[in-house]
Design a protein around this ligand. Structure first.
Ligand code: VGL
Ligand code: ZN
Length: 205
């Protein structure tokens, strides 16, 4: 990756980690398994632990669809049914490190609207992630998870539009690649708009 920044990063107050849709249906054997999705879990778990140890906020988004969501083929959408709320496909995998105090953000909850970005998903009290981040005084956000070419891309675009400094963890994302190269093109778009692409190993701790 030609724009990859490879300088060690020391975390500080104002940093947050955003883990995007690491759910069973997007992993091996899931309804919409993302190639290479399982490989991100181990580097991701380490980074989650570093944020936890530093007392910094960690957001976990989840695709949380009603059974008749508009994105499903049965409703004329592009995808097989996936991440139906309260099913095992929508659960987080047992190997994912979800620390106490993690903020769970549900999105895609309304039948008639697709919601790839995590920014206007909501926590259990109904607060949007966008509002929570502003209230927490977040300045930098580190974004990881699935899938590079959909929910990661749209979340990165919203984070940049809202003025955050954005770093994408290149070894902790994976693409659907409906068309070959979609993931690579998504990364190029993110870089062009101002995101940094870093290896998770650069996060010290
Ligand atoms: C996603 C396809 C459909 C994602 C969600 O999380 O990237 N992709 N729904
Ligand atoms: Zn979905």
């Amino acid at each position: 990756m030609k724009h990859q920044v490879q300088e060690p990063i020391t975390l500080r107050r104002g940093d947050a980690l955003s883990v995007t849709d690491v759910q069973n249906d997007f992993l091996l054997g899931g309804a919409l398994g993302v190639p290479g999705g399982d490989k991100i879990i181990s580097p991701l778990n380490r980074v989650i632990e570093v944020f936890r140890k530093n007392g910094l906020p960690v957001f976990f988004s989840r695709d949380w669809h009603p059974p008749d969501h508009c994105s499903f083929k049965s409703q004329g959408g592009p995808w097989p049914p996936h991440c139906v709320r309260n099913t095992s496909g929508a659960d987080y995998p047992p190997g994912l490190n979800i620390p106490e105090g993690a903020i769970i953000i549900s999105k895609g909850t309304e039948k008639d609207s697709e919601q790839y970005s995590t920014f206007y998903g909501r926590d259990k009290e109904g607060n949007t992630k966008s509002d929570l981040m502003r209230k927490l005084g977040i300045k930098r956000v580190f974004i990881a998870g699935l899938a590079t070419d959909y929910c990661v891309l749209n979340s990165v675009n919203d984070a940049l539009a809202e003025g955050y400094e954005v770093s994408v963890l290149t070894d902790a994302i994976a693409a659907v690649d409906v068309n070959p190269g979609d993931g690579a093109r998504a990364l190029e778009e993110m870089v062009k708009k101002g995101a940094k692409i870093i290896s998770s190993a650069m996060i010290q701790g």
